[in-house]
Design a protein around this ligand. Sequence first.
Ligand code: FAD
Length: 393
Amino acid sequence: RFPEAAHDVMGFDDLLPEDARAVRRRVREFMAAEVAPKIAGYWERAEFPFEVLPELKKLNIGGLSVKYPGCSGLSTLGTGMVMAEMARVDASLSTFVMVHASLAMHTIELMGTEEQKQELLPKLSGLDLVGCWGLTEPDHGSDAAKLSTTARAVEGGWVLNGRKRWIGNGTFADVAVIWATNADNGEINAFIVRKGTPGFRTTKIENKISLRCVQNANIHMEDVFVSEAARLPGVTSARDTAKVLSTSRITVAWQPVGIAMGAYDVCMRYVGQREQFGSPLAAFQLVQEKLSRMLANIQAMTLMTWRLSELCDSGRSTTGMASLVKSWNTLRCRETVALARELLGGNGILSEFHVAKAFCDIEAIYTYEGTYDINSLVTARETTGISAIRAPK
Ligand code: FAD
């Protein structure tokens, strides 16, 4: 089903160092053998493919770029290759890993105590524990600095109350990073909450048309007590949330690259085989224009995201750059998968032909980790020095 890299016409391979190439090879083989043959069924049933976790663990990529001892510690580019190769076959699985590592683990790595890191990060990296990251609330999506969830200091710890929405992996995660407003001083704080803590309840969000294998949860917290040892001491304001997002958006930016590659590869094979009017579809001019446009999108996305990853690894990327590439890639991917869907005709709306799944999956990525609009505003705030995120009164 997935021809080898028809999308790489300009030798992107030459730009990859051996470590990134090696991790890409491992993930590509895993996705082809373990995930591609069965994932459409999981997507249809909106189930997470737990059966692939034992093989996924063996890849040693569970912590992505988290560098703590005992963790996978990939480069930004290596992380990107994991994301792209996963998303090429299934964007839900890439989202599972991204939320777990680039959001939950990375927050603990940046803002946690040595004890929290030592206890949790190696186990999370080995996928012996699964993490989720709870920022969004029913009434606060893009406006995430204004959290209604509260943390009240009590003797020996904190009491959390509130609701979270859309939390990926939330229905089964062992460890949740929960963001809340400090009821005493109005600061933003964050806490590690374990599965099964009294008062902490999750319900699955049903009927999604996108990333159907990702188990998104509503989280309900009613007088949830956590000890002081569960607080992440590095978090004191919404700027700390932005710190996490400005690197996780680089990880996310590789997902549309992979989704577009996968859709293009399937499409190329299809238009080479399917005949109408006595010729393969690939012989028609209108088809070729669409193929060229898809290919141009993929080359541009790949190169821009590669450059961003290099800048990140040398400490030169900015928040605005991450937002620029994340938002632009999702836009170009949307166009690319829509063209692929179109070129498969009626089969393009069937999940077993893959492109319909890609077409639906990019919709959630266009919206999460900052919508297209919000990321565009973050970029332009950096380039103009003027924030247009709040409407003029
Ligand atoms: P809103 O903020 O209500 O936005 C609605 C529309 O208004 C959008 O088009 C938006 O661009 C536009 N808009 C809003 N403000 C402005 C503005 N200032 N200027 C211009 N336009 C604006 N969150 C987590 O915390 N953890 C997770 O693991 C997680 N996983 C997710 C997985 C999925 C599949 C999805 C769909 C979401 C997930 N989210 C998660 C939440 C996600 O980050 C939010 O959905 C996103 O930030 C947008 O918030 P919202 O849905 O409330 O939309």
